[in-house]
Design a protein around this ligand. Structure first.
Ligand SMILES: *[C@@H]1O[C@H](CO)[C@@H](O)[C@H](O)[C@H]1NC(C)=O
Ligand SMILES: *[C@@H]1O[C@H](CO)[C@@H](O)[C@H](O)[C@H]1NC(C)=O
Ligand SMILES: *[C@@H]1O[C@H](CO)[C@@H](O)[C@H](O)[C@H]1NC(C)=O
Ligand SMILES: *[C@@H]1O[C@H](CO)[C@@H](O)[C@H](O)[C@H]1NC(C)=O
Length: 334
């Protein structure tokens, strides 16, 4: 392979899983098509560069990858937020590098105060030609809204909407299945699924994961007002409510409510969407009881050690003696 050919090769990065779940690791894999032998692989974190509104990133080498890895996969532990990654490969002496791969992302649905995305109207499914607003909030004055049209088209608000302050307005949503998130100069927000449908009927379900124990309301909505008979709600193809109401309330959500939902009415059916449930101890907060437990244990051990120390040293320790002595001296000064 000549050097010039190498320079135009673009590896393909895969990120698995695409949605983070607490405690699981993220695997990156980098493929150089048709050219598998003898590469070293370089792994980067994508850092949003807001000076280009149309979307660009700077790349920061990931730990232990500065000399390249022989393996074409790289595992990241403890990732809890949405993040973007890039890879490239190099070989030969001196190294000739491929191009950088397209950025790929791992998404987290969990809201964080430093960067969050909310959607209005707050639902996953929308009728095509509905307008939708995506609002970024957090520790930044400047935001960019990114989107990944599944399976792998990366684009930004400037490509399909208009940014006003920290809100991206989409005039008419297309028939699509996409993931959206906000980016500031340093941070990525939670990500949301938003889908556009040509159907007559859509399911109304929240874009943010529901916390265990909270209540959630699902709904069924017609494109145009329609004569309604009964409305049927399904979870994973199993009928769970059949009433004349267009809403279904789950009063206290548990992990078993996670799954695909859809509704049916008058012989029409909505597309199905995933309802995500987060544990009330999800993310890093499951560490809190662990850490406080450990802290208690350490304090207990220190107390025990101190008690033993003082018991032993009561009679003979020069330290405790001089301590007492200086207290006496201090007292006698007054
Ligand atoms: C990279 O290579 C240099 C020189 O060969 C070495 O000093 C350094 O420790 C290596 N870095 C890593 C992360 O392996
Ligand atoms: C988005 O949809 C995927 C499946 O299509 C699901 O695994 C993921 O949890 C959803 N994310 C949120 C925030 O609901
Ligand atoms: C931007 O938003 C502000 C406040 O919400 C509004 O007054 C203004 O008209 C908007 N600008 C455009 C160009 O839509
Ligand atoms: C519904 O299906 C999803 C994915 O196949 C699964 O994770 C979930 O546990 C299922 N829920 C129920 C109640 O069967």
């Amino acid at each position: 392979v000549s050097k010039t050919l190498c320079l135009t090769l673009k590896p393909v990065l895969r990120v698995s899983p695409r949605w983070l779940s607490p405690g699981s690791s993220v695997t990156l894999s980098c493929e150089v098509e048709h050219e598998s032998a003898g590469w070293s692989f370089y792994w980067y974190k994508a850092v949003p560069d807001l000076s280009h509104k149309s979307g660009s990133y700077s790349y920061e080498l990931l730990p232990a990858s500065s000399n390249g890895t022989a393996d074409n996969s790289y595992i990241i532990h403890g990732q809890t937020h949405t993040a973007g990654y890039v890879c490239r490969a190099g070989r030969g002496e001196p190294h000739v590098y491929t191009l950088y791969s397209q950025p790929h992302f791992v998404w987290s649905g969990d809201l964080h105060p430093s960067a969050s995305l909310s959607v209005s109207p707050d639902r996953v499914q929308h009728f095509t030609s509905d307008s939708v607003s995506l609002t970024c909030e957090g520790n930044s004055a400047e935001w960019r809204v990114g989107s990944f049209l599944l399976p792998d088209l990366l684009s930004f608000c400037s490509d399909w909407g208009t940014m006003n302050g920290s809100t991206c307005h989409v005039q008419k949503i297309q028939s699509s299945n996409a993931v959206f998130w906000c980016e500031s100069g340093s941070a990525f927000s939670n990500a949301v699924n938003i889908t556009g449908h040509d159907d007559d009927l859509i399911l109304l379900s929240p874009v943010h994961p529901v916390t265990e124990g909270h209540s959630v309301t699902l709904g069924c909505k017609w494109r145009t007002e329609n004569l309604r008979s009964k409305v049927f709600f399904y979870q994973n193809y199993t009928l769970i409510q059949s009433e004349s109401r267009v809403e279904m309330i789950i009063p206290a959500v548990s992990k078993s409510h996670e799954g695909f939902y859809k509704c049916q009415s008058s012989g029409k059916e909505s597309p199905q969407s995933w309802l995500a449930v987060t544990s009330s101890l999800s993310g890093s907060s499951y560490l809190v009881p662990l850490v406080s437990g450990l802290a208690c244990l350490i304090v207990l051990i220190i107390l025990l050690l101190l008690m033993m120390f003082f018991k032993k040293s009561k009679s003979k320790s020069p330290f405790s003696f001089s301590c007492l002595q200086s207290i006496h001296q201090l007292n006698s000064l007054h």
